[in-house]
Design a protein around this ligand. Structure first.
Ligand code: URA
Ligand code: CA
Length: 433
């Protein structure tokens, strides 16, 4: 088999066979095919697209390119959740504990992440002492006994995807539905979950800005999951404004604690209940979404979800007293409101710009080597549809440098579009596939 022929076949709009797809992934992983040939193939796929069979084959080939994790010594149906990424998305910190508190195992591999804020692990490190370092045996033991553990992502999970994604990133071939779907699903499949709930974001803060593209991506991923025997559900959700109010690591931890107490933002609470209900139905402690939702609401109202967070923090070496006293969480030295320059209704909040402001403050990483400042970020006070008076605080900036605070303030002010006519609130859940 020759890579040249594979490139030409796809360039001419033909369907690649399973053998051809396996060949190029295997040989590329081994370093036997140069980047320039794979770049050409990615561009051919970008223009000519792949059908469902080719996409499923590519997913399987990438999932099998490294270690595949076996979670079979954890009792029960293991359901994983994945979000395609948004701004201020604190979901995992709430969803993990409430799902675990119903008795469904949560065996989560999380990342540190590049971007406007840290990943789930960075956020959890706001609890002094918290660590994801543990043996596989300890991880399994924690999930069996406590129903929840959060581990670090191993580097050798779907290594072909890592190589391919880095190449796509610099050759303008990221935004093809088949390539994105296979990239995400290969990692989920290698991570060993029995069932997968996908939160596919749509809007200004998402990877997919257009709703129809988000639905297409969602459908593609659900088809792949079901094709490889993992029950998969996708929920398309709004990311036209940040989720909840807080954007920033310790600030989001505080928001998660509030949500577990039943005092969180409406949208974050609703998203967690929706995603959680689908996880419960896939894990089969209940058959109906309504019953699942009641179980999760009970867990919040009884405080069992909050207790589960404390249990998780303690089991992984962190100080659980922070949950009862969030004032112990890392705090910024400068806390300044952003004041509205005019009166009216919030029409839009550019989510990616709010993310940029958080990054400017130091909440995220610009490169893999950057240090994160856990204490900084932005707390929004006004969301789409809200009425604002001139001079009223639309947000509060938490910073450790006056210069960065001013810079973030300017970005936040520009991210808000305030108009005179009344504005309808955004619909959070756009559809379920
Ligand atoms: N996230 C991924 O993991 N892969 C993509 O291709 C795009 C987003
Ligand atoms: Ca948030």
């Amino acid at each position: 088999m020759r890579m040249y022929d594979i490139i030409m076949k796809k360039r001419n709009g033909k369907e690649l066979t399973t053998e051809e797809i396996n060949y190029f992934i295997e040989e590329y992983s081994k370093g036997n095919i140069p980047d320039y040939q794979v770049s050409a193939l990615m561009m051919a796929i970008y223009f000519q697209k792949m059908n469902k069979r080719e996409t499923a084959d590519l997913t399987k080939a990438m999932a099998n390119s490294g270690v595949t994790i076996d979670l079979s010594d954890i009792e029960g149906v293991k359901v994983d959740k994945h979000s395609t990424g948004g701004v201020g998305d604190t979901t995992t910190l709430v969803l993990g504990p409430i799902v675990a508190a119903t008795g469904v195992p949560v065996a989560k591999m999380s990342g540190r992440g590049l971007g406007h804020t840290g990943g789930t692990i960075d956020k959890l490190e706001s609890f002094k002492g918290f660590s994801v370092e543990m043996s596989r045996e300890q991880f399994v033991k924690n999930v069996n006994e406590k129903k929840i553990a959060i581990g670090g992502q191993t580097a050798d999970l779907a290594p072909a995807d890592k190589k391919l994604y880095a190449l796509r990133d610099v050759t303008a071939t990221v935004d093809n539905i088949s390539l994105i779907a296979s990239s995400i699903m290969s990692k989920k499949i290698a991570a060993g979950a029995d069932a997968i709930v996908l939160d596919v974001k749509t809007g200004s803060g998402a990877f997919m800005k257009k709703e129809e593209d988000s639905f297409e991506l969602a459908k593609e991923m659900v088809d792949i999951g079901n094709n490889v025997g993992r029950n998969t559900v996708a929920i398309v959700t709004d990311m036209d404004q940040p989720l909840g109010f807080a954007v920033g690591n310790a600030l989001e931890v505080k928001e998660a604690i509030d949500t577990l107490k039943g005092e969180g933002p409406e949208d974050l609470t609703e998203l967690c209940l929706t995603l959680g209900s689908h996880m419960l139905v896939l894990a089969e402690p209940t058959k109906t979404i309504e019953e699942a939702r009641n179980m999760l609401e009970d867990v919040i109202n009884s405080g069992k979800g909050l207790d589960k967070l404390k249990e998780l923090i303690e089991a992984q070496g962190g100080d659980p007293s922070y949950v009862d006293d969030p004032s112990l969480l890392p705090k910024a030295s400068i806390v300044q409101p952003v004041l509205a320059t005019k009166e009216g209704y919030v029409k839009s909040i550019k989510a990616d710009d709010i993310g940029k402001a958080a990054l400017v403050l130091g909440a995220g990483r610009e490169t893999k080597e950057s240090e994160i400042d856990l204490s900084v970020g932005i707390v929004l006070h006004k969301k789409i549809g809200d009425y604002v008076k001139e001079g009223e605080a639309i947000a509060t900036i938490h910073a450790n440098s006056e210069k960065k605070q001013k810079e973030a303030e300017n970005i936040v002010l520009k991210a808000y579009n305030i108009v005179t006519e009344e504005v309808k609130k955004n619909k959070l859940i756009k559809g379920i596939i």
